[in-house]
Design a protein around this ligand. Structure first.
Ligand SMILES: [Zn+2]
Ligand SMILES: [Zn+2]
Length: 344
């Protein structure tokens, strides 16, 4: 089969490789769609340390496709609920269910986490049957490929309580920020979105943002205060990995405000800030990282019932031979989500 292989910084090649073989309890899947994730771009650009280990490898963890072969589990396990011809999406986080974190329900920090599903920028992939969710007929593969990032966004939203009529700011209007925007709207929030790119603010407006701030022209902190009668935001989601965005997030928080640092920051930065800011405003500062199996299922449900519109977040589609163009597009923050369609 054909697969993309990352050899080093900006060195991504499409090559002929051995077809993957499913083991017991696994399925072989023809991959129809795989989304380009910011974490893929970090490996591609070499901005995350350790990115050079295990190369060459096939990136891609946001994928969906059709089951072409199922190998039943080894012994005594029940018949797998997945069969040939099923349209599926794969959750890459294979958790053990037995460690300290799993047993207290914090599955996103499983101590024996396996990256059981990778290599989405290829014609075929293998996944444990337990990691698959069957797609309702009207959910397209490219929509299903959003389950992974949307599951992360659901986790961030749940870590950042917001109530009816709250003023909620989303800093950063990339695909992640625009999913945060939609969840905040579904929570009944009044939403404000800040980004320096006009096209992204336009997308935020069309998805229902009440106010947008062009951060290339206006100080977002001052503008948020203006838009909230001087109070600041009840909740802020910092959906950009940058020290400046994190600082703005803290300064935007109102009394009793919640601030979620959703994005990882690479390269790491140190942020000088006045602890009085958190103390005197009773800010609740939260982080969020990855997602649980249930949040992945919830993501599919939100897509299935159009509670979150992910289709409008796709700005570019590429076939597998053009995967490098897809990465360059995402690396340059061109458009919104780049989707690779290996079966096209
Ligand atoms: Zn991802
Ligand atoms: Zn575990």
């Amino acid at each position: 089969m054909k697969a993309a292989r990352l050899y080093g910084v900006r060195d991504l090649r499409v090559e002929q490789v051995e077809d993957p073989r499913p083991g017991p309890g696994e399925a072989l899947i023809r991959i129809d769609a795989c989304g380009v994730c910011p974490s893929d771009i970090r490996s591609y650009l070499g901005t995350r340390s350790g990115g050079g280990s295990g190369l060459p490898r096939t990136p891609g963890h946001e994928w969906a496709g059709v089951v072409v072969e199922v190998r039943p589990p080894a012994d005594g396990d029940p018949e797998p609920a997945i069969k040939e011809g099923d349209r599926v999406v794969a959750d890459w986080r294979y958790v053990c269910g037995r460690c300290y974190q799993c047993r207290r329900g914090v599955f996103n920090y499983c101590e024996h986490l396996r990256r059981a599903v990778r290599g989405g920028f290829a014609q075929y992939g293998v996944a444990p049957i337990s990691q698959l969710r069957r797609l309702p007929n009207h959910v397209s593969f490219e929509e299903a490929a959003f389950c992974e990032p949307l599951a992360c966004v659901i986790n961030g939203n749940e870590m950042t309580p917001m109530a009816l009529g709250n003023d909620v700011v989303v800093v950063g209007a990339g695909p992640i920020g625009l999913m945060h925007l939609q969840l905040a709207l579904r929570r009944g929030a009044r939403t404000i979105v800040s980004d320096p790119l006009a096209a992204r603010l336009q997308a935020a407006r069309s998805l229902g943002a009440h106010d947008v701030i062009d951060a290339s022209l206006t100080d977002p902190v001052a503008r948020v205060k203006e838009l909230t009668e001087g109070r600041g935001a009840d909740a802020v989601i910092v959906a950009v990995g940058a020290g400046e965005a994190a600082r703005q997030g803290l300064e935007m928080g109102a009394i009793n405000g919640r601030v979620n640092f959703f994005a990882g920051t690479y390269p790491p930065v140190e942020l000088p800030f006045d602890p009085n800011l958190v103390h005197y405003r009773q800010l609740l500062v939260t982080g969020s990282h990855d997602f649980t199996p249930h949040q992945f299922s919830t993501a599919l449900k939100l897509i299935q019932h159009r509670i979150v519109d992910v289709k409008r977040l796709i700005s570019h589609r590429f076939n597998l031979d053009a995967v490098r163009d897809a990465f360059e597009m995402a690396a340059g923050r061109g458009g919104l989500k780049s989707m690779v369609l290996p079966a096209a």
